[in-house]
Design a protein around this ligand. Structure first.
Ligand SMILES: Cc1ncc(COP(=O)(O)O)c(C=O)c1O
Length: 388
């Protein structure tokens, strides 16, 4: 007799996994940030189909809210299914054609990722240099254009690895456009928290992630392209190498047809809609101002603790505060102390700055005076533990 029938809950081979009880952290690292309760609530809304007429309406609303947040009228404004790297690869993998040259920055970790993606897209890659911890100098960008005549230029507006904000965006786009190139801006750590004006600053394509200044879980990532950039994408001689991220195919779903391409992550789209509704309620400029004000309080408190910021004030990035680790202090021990004793997340340095800085985020719903007070008190304690 077969013994395949097993009583529920008594299959000895079934892994015994308890209820989900993650710790209750305060997220003040480089992302994700604390998710707003309204966004969490939106995520428990029952699903409708990804082609349901009601979902099509939700898609329109998300697109409209994204345009508001990006400060653009671009028709081509969508949430890409996937994390920030997906919207990044959608921008680079569609705009860079085999044989194109892309100019990328070397002043942080994410410029390196741009390089890898452009190479995989079949592009030649050339670089414009600046040290980690400094923005690009427009004069260097101009020189790189004169030397290499790139077709596409990518820069990181808010470099999460260094805490540096790229100023002079309109100067950079002027240089690129004078050379007939397309500009891609990485706004993963700036969208919804730090001033970014896609249309006014003439950025051709910009991408972001939801889990930073939008305080939404990762999963549906903002992307916008102007008509000029989209014309290049639609005129490609050979299709983009990724089927999933091919914008000429995604147009069928997010454009006028609304026909099946893939099953959109419905819950993430709900979440993004609510997160963007919060941006619209607050007002985008007010939100930029809140990030600046709250992070200024953090910066002042860090200085009171005799800690030094990694970026000079002119390029300081309110959403990501990179702080120098003082001599003699074990950076990892401090991070561990905050996590163990305070349920508080901050992060260590990445790449060239590993061991040299802490990265303290001040993003979205996490950008509140109460969180700043908490992080400062916890840091003071952790540093005292180390005799600092
Ligand atoms: C500046 C920047 N670009 C791209 C990414 C990639 O996003 P994700 O990790 O969501 O794929 C990140 C993530 O932290 C980032 O900070």
């Amino acid at each position: 007799m077969s013994n395949s029938h097993v009583e529920p809950g008594v299959d000895e081979r079934a892994p015994e996994v308890g209820e989900l009880t993650p710790p209750d952290r305060t997220l003040m690292g480089p992302g994700p940030s604390d998710v707003h309760p309204r966004v969490l609530k939106a995520m428990s809304t029952p699903l409708v189909g990804h082609l349901d007429p009601s979902f099509v309406e939700i898609m329109d609303e998300v697109q409209e809210l994204l345009r508001y947040t990006f400060r653009t009228d671009n028709r081509w404004t969508i949430p890409v299914s996937g994390t920030g790297s997906a919207s990044m690869e959608a921008a680079i993998g569609n705009l860079v054609e085999p044989g194109d040259t892309m100019l990328v920055p070397t002043n942080g970790y994410f410029g390196g990722r741009m390089r890898s993606m452009a190479e995989r897209a079949g592009g030649e890659v050339v670089a414009v240099d600046a040290p980690w911890g400094e923005p690009l100098d427009p004069a260097d960008v101009e020189r790189a254009f004169d030397e290499h005549q790139p077709d596409v230029f990518g820069f990181v507006h808010a470099e999460t690895s260094t805490g540096v904000r790229q100023p002079d965006v309109d100067e950079l786009t002027d240089i690129a456009h004078a050379h007939d190139a397309f500009v891609i801006a990485d706004c993963v750590t700036s969208l919804g928290g730090v001033e970014m004006r896609v249309d006014e600053w003439d950025v051709d394509a910009a991408y972001s992630g939801p889990q930073k200044c939008l305080s939404c879980p990762p999963g549906a990532s903002p992307l916008t392209l102007n008509d000029r950039a989209m014309d290049k994408v639609l005129d490609r001689e050979e299709p983009a190498r990724s089927w999933y991220l091919d914008l000429s195919l995604l147009e069928g779903y997010w454009g006028d047809d609304r026909s099946y391409h893939h099953t959109a992550p419905i819950t993430n789209v709900y979440a993004l809609r609510e997160a963007l509704r919060l941006v619209a309620e607050e007002g985008i400029e007010e939100r930029w101002a809140r990030h600046r004000e709250v992070a200024s309080g953090l910066k002042a408190g860090l200085r009171d603790l005799d800690l030094e910021m990694n970026a000079p004030d002119e390029y300081w990035l309110p959403s990501l505060n990179a702080v120098r680790v003082p001599d003699g202090v074990d950076d990892a021990a401090v991070i561990e102390h905050l996590l163990d004793e305070y349920d508080l997340e901050i992060a260590s340095g990445l790449g060239d700055l590993e061991g040299d800085i802490w990265r303290i985020g001040c993003m979205g719903h996490s950008a509140r005076p109460k969180n700043v007070e908490y992080v400062l008190a916890a840091l003071e304690d952790a540093l005292a533990e180390q005799g600092y």
